[in-house]
Design a protein around this ligand. Structure first.
Ligand code: HPA
Length: 270
């Protein structure tokens, strides 16, 4: 482990009691911080106070790490993630995942906001990430490798066990849960019509600007990954309309309740 990781880990551990070990690490996407409402918080840390932690620059991202219990599970929740479009290096984008693993997390639960490419998907619905396409032109696995696992297998990046749990939970709660492929771009522009047509053609169901780098590192660190994407806007190349960050945040806020119910119930049984 690098010195930085050790110092970050030591600092976070100094704010919790020794026996506390988060089993699930959660990263919350744009406008989705309400998912941790009702959390029994043990430690609440501003990113700015955590040694070597990058600081989130997107307004809708809070920049807080909370440790405690949610839905009965011991969790570490990151409210605010780091994106390539903010100018962070690949190393910084995935730094929180390394920390979550270091703290003891075996499961990584990712949430994100995305645009729906699949014409059957509606804004406000949730999609279970079944697979992904990485078009970010960046990869956090590139570089000097201190981990043993250099060539990370990607034939099944998202845990089938957790996906099945999520599907059962959605059914029990009467929540529509789509399943599909997430395509990651670096952003921060939204897509052109030609890009949207291309993305549909190559098999993507939704498009977003995050989550894939985190999944890559989580799989390298042998964590189980569950990805839940909230569709905030419908991408229609043949009936285009402007997308705005404000709209993305507004739809995320409206639909967050379903995602919260789903996450809390998954945590009860995972
Ligand atoms: N494209 C890319 N990222 C997004 C979108 C989109 O349409 N909506 C929310 N995140």
């Amino acid at each position: 482990m690098t010195t930085n990781l050790t110092e970050t880990d030591d600092f976070i551990r100094s704010t919790i009691h020794e026996g506390f070990r988060p089993r699930v690490g959660i990263i919350l996407g744009s406008g989705l911080s309400g998912i941790c409402d009702g959390m029994d918080v043990i430690s609440h840390l501003d990113y700015r106070d955590i040694p070597h932690f990058p600081v989130s620059t997107v307004d809708s991202h809070k920049g807080v790490l909370s440790l405690g219990f949610l839905g009965g599970a011991a969790v570490a929740v990151l409210q605010g993630r780091f994106h390539y479009y903010e100018g962070y290096s690949a190393e910084n984008v995935v730094y929180p995942v390394r920390i979550l693993r270091q703290l003891g997390a075996e499961i990584l639960l990712l949430t994100n906001a995305c645009g729906g490419l699949n014409p059957q998907f509606r804004a406000g619905e949730i999609m279970l990430m079944d697979d992904h396409i990485n078009l970010q032109w960046a990869n956090p696995l590139i570089g000097r490798n201190t981990d043993q696992n250099r060539f990370v297998d990607m034939c099944n990046p998202y845990s089938e066990r957790l996906a099945t749990l999520a599907e059962h939970t959605a059914l029990a709660n009467g929540i529509t849960l789509r399943k599909g492929t997430y395509l990651a771009v670096s952003g921060s522009n939204y897509e052109t019509r030609a890009e949207l047509r291309f993305m549909r053609k190559i098999g993507a169901d939704v498009v977003g600007m995050s989550s894939v780098p985190e999944t890559l590192i989580a799989r390298q660190l042998r964590m189980e990954v569950l990805g839940l994407s909230l569709i905030t806007n419908e991408c229609r190349p043949d009936a285009p309309r402007q997308v705005s960050h404000a709209e993305v945040i507004e739809t995320a806020a409206k639909a967050e309740q379903n995602l919260r119910a789903l996450v809390h119930d998954i945590l009860r049984v995972c």
